[in-house]
Design a protein around this ligand. Structure first.
Ligand code: FAD
Length: 345
């Protein structure tokens, strides 16, 4: 099958069509993942919103080999799985997630390789590396191109999948290639499913505002990004550091970074609405919703596009507030705000 995969891909269609985990499946997971697998694990512990019901199984594979073994077995058995980073762009519903959630945040979390060329440098980065670790590495080694990502939480894999960005720049702007794990076609149902490693060049990657996809790849499930190559340019570390301090200062002033959230909840309007109406935050503010609260979910006073969990909000509180925002903004401006945060469960 020749198709495009990306963040818009309906992951949960895969999950809906799959079998539930039985005792044999849980036994296999315990044997192969040991302490790295947690059963009925509250996703509230693995998302920055700190809300969300339990995942049937939550696994943090310590190595790529372990990840490969798990993926191969899950696909072989047609079991539902879903790969995440640090859950900083996720809202998991209160009833939780059926199937296996796999976080790559432990997998090679320190692996960054620097290759110096004459005019530019290439960084090969494992997906589990934190975006902030990568930004600091680039500054220390005098490499320009990643300062826009300062202050964005999460892993590099999650950042690529979301095409994370700020101030008009995003991960897509520095991407050279990604390396993915995916099952070899035609093997599902026969033992064993082979997990292939494949490097996909920039020419097959499509990035847009909070959108990432790959085309011309033979694949029936959503591939897992395990590594990426980024192209950066040389710059004086002192200049980068100075710029970084300014960027972080502006973030601290304009965003409720110490509160529990998943960052901006809605995408900014695009297309015909883009220039006419302004950002999602501006529309929410003009609709008079700053400070609006449902349960412990609150529209931030500092930045209207942030919904924050002030204490013990449930996912239902946050979803109710999201609906209220969408209705109010539509009524007032005729604009439908689309969530940037992924809603799961
Ligand atoms: C305070 C705050 C500020 C923020 N500011 C910004 C901002 O300025 N700009 C911005 O763009 N975002 C921002 N965010 C949102 C979020 O941090 C980013 O979207 C981030 O890139 C998500 O990374 P993650 O590792 O947490 O991914 P997750 O939230 O865990 O996952 C996001 C998506 O990526 C997929 N995914 C993750 N890893 C992989 C992988 N290895 N292979 C395949 N799929 C994968 C998941 O399935 C999911 O679909 C902010 C969030 C917070 C809490």
């Amino acid at each position: 099958m020749n198709r495009e995969f990306g963040i818009q891909h309906p992951v949960f269609d895969i999950m809906k069509n799959s079998a539930k985990l039985n005792t044999t499946a849980k036994k296999w997971i315990t044997q192969h993942c040991g302490r790295y697998a947690l059963f009925d694990e509250p996703m509230a512990l693995h998302t920055t919103f700190r809300v969300g019901g339990p995942a049937e199984v939550y696994i943090e594979p310590p190595t790529l080999d372990n990840l490969k073994t798990i993926l191969s077995w899950l696909i072989q058995n047609n079991l539902p799985y879903w790969v995440i980073g640090t859950g900083s762009n996720l809202l998991v519903k209160d009833n939780g997630v059926q199937g296996v959630v796999i976080s790559l945040k432990r997998c090679y979390q320190c692996s960054i390789e620097l290759l110096k060329r004459k005019k530019y440098a290439i960084l090969n980065v494992a997906s589990g590396v934190r975006l902030q670790t990568l930004c600091q590495f680039a500054i220390k080694h005098g490499l320009r191109g990643l300062n826009f990502a300062l202050g964005i939480p999460g892993t590099v894999g999650g950042g690529i999948m979301m095409n994370a960005g700020a101030n008009g720049k995003s991960m897509g702007g520095v991407l050279e290639s990604i390396t993915v794990h995916f099952p070899r076609e035609g093997r599902i149902g026969k033992a064993p499913v082979q997990i292939q490693k494949m490097k996909i060049p920039k020419s097959q990657l499509k990035t847009d505002y909070r959108h990432f996809s790959v085309f011309n790849v033979q694949c029936s499930t959503r591939p897992v990004i395990i590594e990426s190559s980024l192209r950066l340019h040389y710059e004086k570390p002192s200049r980068l550091k100075k710029e970084a301090m300014e960027i972080l200062k502006i973030r601290r002033l304009n965003q409720p970074i110490k509160s529990l959230s998943a960052g901006c909840f809605f995408k900014n309007p695009t297309g015909a609405h883009k220039n006419a109406v302004g950002t999602a935050g501006k529309l929410i503010d003009l609709a008079g919703l700053k400070g609006k609260r449902i349960g412990d979910a609150l529209v931030s006073h500092r930045h209207a596009n942030f919904i924050i969990n002030t204490h013990t909000a449930s996912a239902s509180d946050i979803l109710a507030l999201k609906n209220l925002i969408q209705e109010s903004v539509f009524k007032r401006f005729g604009v439908t705000l689309e969530p940037e945060v992924e809603i799961i469960g």
